[in-house]
Ligand binder design. Structure first.
Ligand code: DAS
Length: 357
């Protein structure tokens, strides 16, 4: 064999080896699906100085992925545009559509983790809904941003990289649905948007689970409540979610809103009460009437962040057959009440569920 043909053979072999190594390196990377729903993380402002004035839900999923080239070093990421909306416009139908897509993807062998980009306004509700109803131990990570991608010091790109890092990390498995924001990893159950225009907007009353820093996850505690694979709820068994409304308590309260929601077909009302979920004397008769008509009455509080509503404290819950939301804020209590009523829970079962999830 001539030297020339030997060299050609050698270089062909080398190319084949390099190719095989590249392909195997790519296939060895975790496979993460990015489900985009809109929000500020997909937002765009008129100028870089607009950190709080912008249009949400403008940037498509492929541009979100292209905007963070570092993702390819962490995982093989493929995107789907599920919705393109601001999350204050989420409906129960959006929750069901998204949940069913997540559950279907989680069953696929070529999916190791799922990231959902989402508006921050109702992110906590979606994350809680998914942790209650999607039966998988694969990492599902919900992420948003407080500033649009066009702003100086935009937070979305690093939040997205941290979310994919967390979803690609085996140590994230079995921890329920997670929320990654501002370098922190929170449970979808505990976290809520507590500040409306700062990047450190998301807080958990009992603290985050951990942090993501420079491509690594650091865990400091584990979830304490039932979720995902230990849940009695299953998105695949939920056809529709019942109407559950929230009424905010304050001084000079009246029963108008409670009666109006009931008249429009609410199956339960979450009372966002003052203090320990207290109910004004002028509202108690209406709530007792509505309970007698079959509505569930759930006492949450406008101040729960770091405490919980105690049963039979100022309100005789046993006598009235009301339910307490424990440490869940009103918006989370609405999600859990809907999921429980969709499964036919009576008041005793509903109270058990509030203590367990
Ligand atoms: N309107 C907000 C939303 O879509 C924007 C955001 O903060 O993501 O939730």
């Amino acid at each position: 064999m001539s030297l020339k043909s030997l060299l050609i053979q050698l270089s062909t072999g080398l190319v084949a080896l390099t190719l095989a190594a590249t392909v195997s390196a790519q296939t060895a990377k975790p496979q993460v699906v990015l489900l985009a729903t809109g929000g500020t993380i997909a937002g765009a402002g008129a100028s870089a100085a607009n950190s709080a004035t912008y249009q949400a839900a403008k940037v498509p999923v492929d541009k979100l992925i292209a905007g963070v080239p570092e993702l390819s070093a962490v995982a093989q990421v493929r995107g789907e545009q599920v919705f393109q909306i601001a999350s204050e416009s989420f409906t129960n139908e959006h929750l069901l559509t998204l949940g069913k897509r997540v559950a279907a993807l989680a069953k696929q062998a070529d999916v190791d983790g799922i990231v959902i980009t989402h508006g921050t306004d109702t992110l906590e509700e979606t994350a809680y809904f998914l942790t209650l109803t999607v039966r998988t131990d694969k990492p599902i990570v919900v992420v948003g941003s407080m500033r649009p991608s066009t702003a100086l010091s935009a937070d979305g790109t690093l939040n997205l990289l941290n979310a994919v890092t967390t979803a690609a990390d085996k140590s994230s498995r079995g921890k329920g649905v997670l929320v990654v924001m501002n370098d922190e990893i929170h449970t979808g159950r505990d976290v809520s948007k507590s500040i409306n225009i700062r990047t450190e907007a998301f807080k958990s009353p009992w603290g985050p689970l951990g942090m993501v820093v420079e491509g690594k996850t650091y865990w400091f505690r584990a979830p304490a409540k039932r979720h995902t694979t230990e849940s009695e709820f299953d998105i695949e068994q939920i056809g529709a979610l019942p109407q559950v409304d929230i009424v905010y308590g304050s001084g000079n309260a009246s029963d108008t809103a409670y009666r109006a929601f009931a008249a429009k077909g609410a199956k339960a009302i979450v009372h966002a009460g003052t203090g320990n979920g207290s109910v004004s004397g002028q509202v108690v008769p209406a709530l007792r009437e509505l309970r007698a008509q079959g509505l569930q009455i759930v006492r949450s509080a406008r101040v729960v962040g770091g405490g919980f509503v105690l049963r039979n404290a100022e309100q005789p819950d046993d006598q009235y057959d009301w339910v307490v939301a424990h440490d869940l804020n009103p918006q989370k209590a609405r999600i859990l009440t809907m999921v429980a009523l969709a499964k036919g829970a009576d008041s005793k079962t509903l109270q058990r569920i509030f203590m367990a999830y």
